[in-house]
Design a protein around this ligand. Structure first.
Ligand SMILES: Nc1ncnc2c1ncn2[C@@H]1O[C@H](COP(=O)(O)OP(=O)(O)O)[C@@H](O)[C@H]1O
Ligand SMILES: [Mg+2]
Length: 221
């Protein structure tokens, strides 16, 4: 497991950086920090997120994150996230990487493993098949996992300004669901050690921000 203190092991190969973790862990905050750092370094970056980026994503996001509906099932969720991601990769991520931008992506296929796999109990090999098809080899070079007790994350989302609110019905799921997601992420990190950096997101905003900057400065060197 790569942790902050030995992040010297991280090697930059390309420029696809993903931010993951439970709701309210600080992904969007960190993405903005990263974008600011890159701008200061004169490195061009594209900020993006899932679900809901690109033309198809714009249509799917309200469906995916909306209130419980009669059509909703774990498998329908998996396939909708898969469709959203396939469109996102084709229309946004791949072209940006080909133009040599650094891509800063808030959530990616790990979220589907954590939410639909560990959270909802969908078969992990089926999730892998859908994810692999959707990303078509476009895998991140670095994943920052913001590890946090979901209860703290939930409290943070309640304090979040309405303009920052994701209108995300997953935030209304019970704590056990979110705890399974947290464990799922940690399990995922254990199986992709070379790519993950786990950041303790329970610390003060400034401390977490400094940790993010330190990891990225090292990575971009
Ligand atoms: N380390 C932190 N300590 C306290 N509050 C934080 C911290 N990181 C982020 N926040 C705040 O918590 C809320 C959720 O953060 P956000 O970045 O939107 O999380 P996410 O995108 O992971 O759901 C925001 O209001 C943000 O300002
Ligand atoms: Mg966010």
């Amino acid at each position: 497991m790569i942790v902050e203190k030995n992040s010297s092991e991280i090697k930059r190969e390309n420029g696809f950086i993903v931010f993951e973790g439970v709701n309210g862990c600080g992904k969007s905050t960190a993405r903005k920090t990263a974008a600011r750092l890159l701008a200061e370094m004169n490195i061009s970056a594209v900020e993006t997120f899932e679900p809901g980026s690109g033309t198809l994503g714009g249509i799917l996001r309200p469906l995916i994150l909306g209130e419980k509906a009669a059509w909703r099932s774990p498998i329908a969720e998996l396939l909708l996230f898969g469709a959203d991601r396939a469109g996102h990769v084709t229309e946004v991520i791949k072209p940006a990487l080909e133009e040599n931008h650094i891509v800063l992506c808030d959530r990616y296929y790990y979220s589907t493993v954590a939410f639909q796999g560990y959270g909802r109990g969908v078969d992990l090999s089926l999730i892998k098949t859908v994810n692999d098809s959707a990303v078509a080899g476009v895998v991140p070079d670095l994943v920052l996992l913001f590890d946090l007790d979901p209860l703290i994350g939930l409290k943070r989302t309640l304090r979040r300004a309405p303009s920052e609110s994701g209108d995300d019905s997953f935030e209304k799921e019970d704590l056990a669901f979110h705890n399974r997601i947290r464990s799922g992420y940690l399990e995922l990190a254990r199986t992709a050690l070379e790519r993950f950096v786990i950041i303790d997101a329970s610390r003060e905003l400034q401390v977490v921000e400094d940790a993010v900057i330190k990891v990225l400065e090292h990575y971009l060197r």
